[in-house]
Design a binder for this molecule. Structure first.
Ligand SMILES: NC(=O)c1ccc[n+]([C@@H]2O[C@H](COP(=O)([O-])OP(=O)(O)OC[C@H]3O[C@@H](n4cnc5c(N)ncnc54)[C@H](OP(=O)(O)O)[C@@H]3O)[C@@H](O)[C@H]2O)c1
Length: 388
C-alpha cells in the first residue's frame, strides 16, 4: 500500500486522483485530504477515504468540518500553517492539486518530507521553480509533473539521460476562442470562458486556457522542470488535444506523447510510478479520430501568452509578478469586475511597473517572492478599481 496525501482534494485534480484511488483500493491509502472551504465535499470524501487528517485553509471552516466528522477518528485542522504542517507528513506521494500561489508553502514542505510529489499546481513552479527544484534535489524527492504536456515530455525523456533534446514543443488546444477576433473577445463572459472544448478543469485554469496564459505558464514550467533555455521551447496549436508534447532530437527524430484528453492518464502515471496502472478511461482510437491537426499560434490575438514569454525570457522576479497579476485579474474577470481582454491589460501594466514591483524584490529568497506577490496583488487590485 502506498500512502497518499491529496492537496486540493475537492477540485478537478482531486476528483481525478481520488477516482484512481477508488479503482485501486489494494494499492493506495489516503493519509491527508485538504480543501479551501468546500466543507461538504471534503467531509463526504473523508467518509469514503478515511484519511488520518483533513485540513481546510480557511480557518473559519474548521468548526463546521469538525462537527461534520465528529463520529469518525479523523483529525481536523485549519489555516495556512496547518496546510504546511500537513505537507510534512512522511507519505509515499503528495498530489498537489491546490490552485494558485497558495500551493507554494505546502509544496515547499512536501518536497522535503514526501518520497515523491506529483505536482499539478503550476503557479508555484512559475514563481519559485528554482527553489522547488533545488529543494527536491537536496532531499532526493522525486518531482513528477502532472500537467499533461509536461508529463508527456517527462515520459519522452525518461531513461534518455545522454540524449539532449534540441527542441521541446508543447501543444495547445487553442481553448474556446481559438478563432475569435480580439474585438469579439472583449464581449466574452465568464460562462463562455470556462467552457473548455476538451478538458474539464477548475475555473481559474479554464480562463487561463482561454487567454492562453495557461500555455505561457506552461512554458515557464517546462523551462524549470527540464532545465532548458527559452529558445528550446515552442508551442503549436493542436485542437484535438491528443498529442500533448513533442521532443525533437538533433538527428531529426521527433517523439510525440499521445493520450486521450483525460487527466487520469498523467495522474495514473504519477500514482503508479515507476509501474503503469489502469487509468479507467477509454482507449485512444486514432482511426475513429481520422485526423490530427496542427497550426501556428496567432500571438497577436493572445497577448497573455506574449506577456508570459516576456516574463520567461526576463526571469528573476518577473514570473512572480506575471502570476500574481494574472491571478488577481482572472478573479476580477470571474467576479464581473473586468472584461476578458482586461486580463492581459492588467498583466502588462504590472510587468511594466518595474520600479515598484520588479526592482525591490529578491527572487532567490522566499521572503522576496512572497512580498513581491503581495505587492503585485495590491497594485493590481487598485488598478482594477480604476478599470471597473
Ligand atoms: N484541472 C486540470 O485538468 C489541470 C491540469 C493541469 C494542471 N492543473 C493545475 O492544478 C491546479 C488545480 O487545478 P484544478 O483545475 O483542480 O482547480 P480547482 O478545480 O479549482 O480546485 C482547486 C482546489 O484547490 C483548493 N483551493 C483553492 N484555493 C485554495 C487556497 N487558498 N488554499 C488551499 N487550497 C485552495 C480548492 O478547495 P475548495 O474546493 O474548497 O475551494 C480545490 O480543492 C491548478 O494549479 C491548475 O493549473 C489542473
Amino acid at each position: 500500500m502506498r500512502k497518499l496525501s491529496v492537496f486540493g482534494a475537492t477540485g478537478t485534480i482531486g476528483d481525478n486522483t481520488l477516482d484512481l484511488v477508488g479503482r485501486h483500493p489494494d494499492k493506495f491509502e489516503i493519509e491527508v485530504l485538504t480543501a479551501h472551504e468546500n466543507i461538504e465535499k471534503l467531509a463526504a470524501l473523508a467518509r469514503i477515504h478515511k484519511p488520518s487528517l483533513v485540513v481546510v485553509s480557511d480557518p473559519e471552516c474548521r468548526q463546521r468540518l469538525a462537527s461534520a466528522l465528529s463520529d469518525l477518528p479523523i483529525k481536523v485542522e485549519a489555516g495556512a500553517q496547518a496546510m504546511v504542517d500537513a505537507a510534512c507528513a512522511p507519505v509515499d506521494l503528495v498530489v498537489m492539486g491546490i490552485v494558485g500561489f497558495a500551493a507554494l508553502g505546502p509544496s515547499l514542505a512536501a518536497v522535503r518530507y514526501a518520497d515523491a510529489v506529483a505536482l499539478a499546481n503550476k503557479e508555484c513552479l512559475v514563481v519559485s521553480g528554482a527553489m522547488l527544484m533545488e529543494t527536491a534535489a537536496r532531499y532526493a524527492t522525486r518531482l513528477l509533473p502532472v500537467d499533461s504536456e509536461h508529463n508527456g515530455v517527462f515520459q519522452l525523456l525518461d531513461g534518455r539521460d545522454g540524449d539532449i533534446p534540441s527542441k521541446i514543443v508543447l501543444t495547445a488546444s487553442g481553448g474556446p476562442f481559438r478563432d475569435m477576433s480580439l474585438d469579439d473577445m472583449a464581449r466574452v463572459t465568464p460562462e463562455m470562458a470556462i467552457a473548455h472544448p476538451n478538458w474539464i478543469m477548475g475555473a481559474k485554469i479554464s480562463v487561463d486556457s482561454a487567454t492562453m496564459m495557461n500555455k505561457g505558464l506552461e512554458l515557464i514550467e517546462a523551462r524549470v522542470l527540464f532545465n532548458v533555455v527559452p529558445e528550446m521551447l515552442d508551442v503549436v496549436v493542436h485542437p484535438q488535444s491528443i498529442v500533448h508534447a513533442l521532443v525533437h532530437f538533433r538527428d531529426g527524430s521527433v517523439l510525440a506523447h499521445m493520450a486521450t484528453p483525460d487527466m487520469r492518464v498523467p495522474l495514473a502515471y504519477c500514482l503508479g510510478f515507476p509501474e503503469r496502472i489502469d487509468h479507467g478511461g477509454t482507449a485512444l482510437d486514432l482511426a475513429s479520430l481520422g485526423a490530427l491537426n496542427f497550426e501556428p499560434i496567432e500571438r497577436s490575438r493572445f497577448p497573455c501568452l506574449v506577456h508570459a514569454e516576456r516574463a520567461m525570457h526576463k526571469g528573476g522576479i518577473y514570473p512572480t509578478v506575471l502570476n500574481a497579476a494574472n491571478e488577481v485579474a482572472v478573479s476580477g474577470f470571474l467576479s464581473g469586475k473586468l472584461k476578458f481582454t482586461d486580463i492581459a491589460e492588467t498583466v502588462t501594466r504590472a510587468l511594466d511597473a518595474e520600479a515598484e514591483l520588479i526592482a525591490p524584490f529578491d527572487p532567490t529568497t522566499l521572503a522576496g517572492l512572497e512580498t513581491c506577490d503581495k505587492k503585485t496583488r495590491h497594485f493590481c487590485s487598485e488598478l482594477i478599481k480604476d478599470m471597473s
